[in-house]
Design a protein around this ligand. Structure first.
Ligand code: ASP
Length: 334
């Protein structure tokens, strides 16, 4: 057991009634006070922000990334817990994971029920996260998500329930560990690519947009994203990654202008795959879109954002494409 730093960012786990609805306003110390700290663990709190996570910006996420790395510069720290709103937890967790080369666990958690709810899930989730962050068995497992008695790898894990306590899962995979009776029971070690370099502190923040395909869709919104200056666009296609010949033409034109295009799907589980032509993933890949394996839309966007930040030279399209392929590399099954 050892020393864990809790970085508090807000979310439902830090939310109180505001008169017309709930919003995050509690500090990290108040959130920590709800949880039983596991025996032998000492905790230090860093208050980074207190916001609901739909409001989190790239600037906020990069501040979190830098804070994690600053905290890990202290060799006395055994692990980190990040308390975070569940709405975009999967995005911040994946950004941290893409840049995490340290064996010490970084564990994100939150709650579906607010801070002062009598039957809230926050205290248990936070205790499980503290256990996971201080667990030697989880060293080398990357960034993790502790929720409802399970520990998930950041990569691939998304919010799958709007209200229920079992809010997180990888629809194409399985949990890394379970927490039972105060013990972490490891099931598997996730395969992870080498970490990306940390973005420079003064790196300009790129626009990365998301466009969803649907029946009767035309390329208007995709092209609007290009016109708006997007340096990356995630195309959320149908099925295994399919759209129309008109969308393929728009992707080809965007890629020719140096825009990074990532391809994911509206379907909840399974990979995108090059099967269909006449507007399908075969043609989208030939037009320069990068297939994102089993990553869902929020994480496909984070991979695209991270690739742009890793290769700041906007003219280095090949470098950005390589960085995106690296970030989305589907790990071999373990
Ligand atoms: N709206 C909240 C947020 O993401 C939801 C939560 O934390 O569960 O901040």
């Amino acid at each position: 057991m050892g020393q864990v730093v809790v970085i508090s960012t807000g979310g439902t786990i830090a939310s109180r009634w505001q008169g017309s609805g709930f919003a995050a306003d509690a500090r990290g110390g108040d959130v920590l006070a709800t949880a039983a700290v596991p025996e032998g663990v000492t905790v230090r709190v860093v208050d980074l922000m207190s916001v609901n996570s739909a409001r989190i910006t790239t600037r906020d996420q990069l501040a979190l990334l830098r804070t994690v790395h600053e905290v890990l510069a202290d060799p006395a720290v055994d692990g980190i817990v990040v308390t975070h709103g569940t709405d975009t937890l999967e995005e911040s967790a994946f950004l941290l994971d893409l840049h995490h080369g340290d064996p010490r666990p970084v564990v994100l958690t939150g709650a579906q029920r607010p801070l002062e709810a009598p039957d809230g899930d926050g205290p248990r989730n936070l205790r499980d996260a503290l256990l996971a962050a201080s667990s030697p068995a989880l060293r080398g497992h990357g960034v993790l998500v502790a929720f409802d008695g399970q520990i998930h790898a950041a990569r691939g894990t998304i919010k799958v329930q709007t209200l229920a306590a079992d809010a997180f899962a990888d629809p194409s995979g399985s949990p890394v560990a379970d927490v039972k009776d105060g013990h972490v029971l490891v099931r598997r070690r996730p395969e992870r690519p080498e970490p990306l370099p940390l973005p420079a502190a003064d790196a300009p923040l790129p626009r990365v947009d998301i466009v969803t395909h649907h029946c009767d869709a035309d390329p208007l919104l995709f092209n609007a994203a290009v016109q708006a200056g997007a340096q990356g666009i995630v195309l959320v296609a149908t099925g295994a990654g399919n759209a129309t010949p008109e969308v393929v033409a728009a992707v080809e034109a965007a890629v020719a202008r140096g825009v990074l295009v990532a391809l994911t799907t509206r379907v909840p589980a399974g990979p995108v795959a090059e099967i269909y032509t006449q507007g399908g993933a075969v043609d989208l890949a030939a037009a320069g879109a990068v297939l994102t394996g089993t990553l869902r839309v929020g994480q496909a966007r984070i991979a695209t954002l991270a690739a742009v930040l890793a290769v700041p030279d906007a003219d280095d399209t090949a470098g950005r494409t390589r960085a995106l392929r690296h970030a989305v590399a589907a790990p071999p099954a373990s």
